[in-house]
Design a binder for this molecule. Structure first.
Ligand code: KG4
Ligand code: ZN
Length: 341
């Protein structure tokens, strides 16, 4: 089965062609990073306007680079939740139009589930189920009990910032670029993770929820306090910035690992799945390398938002007879309400 996937939940316009649910024939992403960088975050109105401009060229390029004619596509998939409503609407409208014009099934996909499914892209091995799933990105930090890719239950989530959002904000405090994750990761690998003992917010003993806003504020006070001693805005040296980045990353990784361990204990999982932009993080990958269960990360190119994971999960949905009606809605919130433990 050939599935054309469309992604427009946030600030990346993506289209991809997947074969058989795991074989990526093409995966095109038009990034809007340059448009949003000066605001240090995604501006919804700018994002939706850019999606309108990008969507058709990206779809055309995905078909061209896969060597697939539009008429040979078996279904059209779209990430229709959760995300920025103005952004979602562009992808959903494009997907509905294509599905209607081609008289092929439309499949609406939950974007967060698709981040979990990204570990199957171009990968032979399937994670043993049930699994604990962690989606960590700029918009989400949440844990799931994954019985299979169609049976996903939220078991914990952040009460404030997402971990990627904390990376982006701390990068801003340190005067680094946007998005902050990749540059912080690079600097952290050259710094001392024990230089500053930043707080680890682990909540109550059984809790699977997260909180990253205290950590972020602690970095802010550390940097300000440092500057305050000089009574003027003293800039941190490059070595000090590397140490703050490494110490911040160590705190994030500690918390993520602890919550994954708790979730494994509470669910009896047989494997761990980690997806989303922050799953590209080298510190997290290194820390999970010796975990007691098999751990599945996506290939680096499928960590951040893309349409291949959308089309891949759509294959599983379609095989289970779960196509969507042509009046499919764009829905800004997640399928789940927040679960506390
Ligand atoms: O999944 P994604 O592309 O978009 C959302 O759905 O949010 O994730 C983007 C986030 C940004 O916050 C970015 O700073 C973070 O992922 N990120 C990283 C790394 N690469 C991207 N965070 C930590 N380490 C990285 N290597
Ligand atoms: Zn995402």
């Amino acid at each position: 089965m050939l599935i054309l996937g469309i992604e427009s939940t946030c600030d990346e316009t993506g289209a991809a062609v997947m074969e058989g649910g795991t074989r990526v024939l093409s995966n095109i992403v038009a990034s809007q990073v340059d448009l949003h960088a000066r605001y240090r975050g995604v501006v919804p109105e700018i994002a939706s306007r850019a999606h309108i401009e990008n969507i058709l060229p990206v779809v055309v390029e995905a078909l061209r680079s896969a060597g697939v004619e539009l008429g040979n596509v078996d279904a059209v998939a779209v990430a229709h939740r959760p995300g920025l409503i103005g952004s979602l609407l562009i992808g959903v409208t494009a997907a509905k139009t294509l599905a209607w014009a081609l008289a092929k099934p439309l499949v609406g996909v939950d974007h967060v589930h698709a981040h979990l499914y990204s570990v199957r892209l171009d990968m032979a091995a399937a994670p043993p189920m049930p699994a604990v799933g962690l989606v960590c990105s700029g918009g989400h930090t949440a844990l799931y009990r994954v019985r299979d890719f169609l049976d996903v239950e939220l078991i914990g989530s952040t009460l404030d910032d997402a971990v990627g959002e904390a990376y982006d904000k701390v990068a801003g405090i340190l005067g680094l670029g946007y998005p902050g994750g990749p540059v912080m990761d690079r600097l952290a690998s050259k710094g001392n993770p024990k230089a500053v003992r930043f707080p680890r917010s682990k909540m109550s003993r059984q809790s699977l929820d997260f909180s990253f806003s205290g950590l972020k504020t602690s970095v802010l006070y550390h940097v300000r306090g440092y500057q305050g001693r000089e009574h003027e805005a003293k800039k941190l040296s490059e070595a000090e910035i590397r140490d703050v980045a490494a110490s911040f990353q160590a705190a994030c990784v500690d918390v993520l690992m602890e919550k994954i361990q708790r979730a494994v204990r509470q669910t009896g999982a047989r494997s761990v799945i980690i997806g989303g932009g922050v799953s590209a993080n080298s510190g997290l990958r290194a820390a999970m390398a010796n975990f007691s269960l098999p751990v599945f990360f996506p290939k680096l190119e499928y960590c951040s938002d893309n349409a291949a994971m959308t089309a891949g999960l759509a294959d599983v949905l379609l095989s289970a007879g779960r196509a969507s009606p042509l009046d499919l809605d764009a829905i800004p919130h997640s399928q789940f309400s927040h679960a506390t433990n």
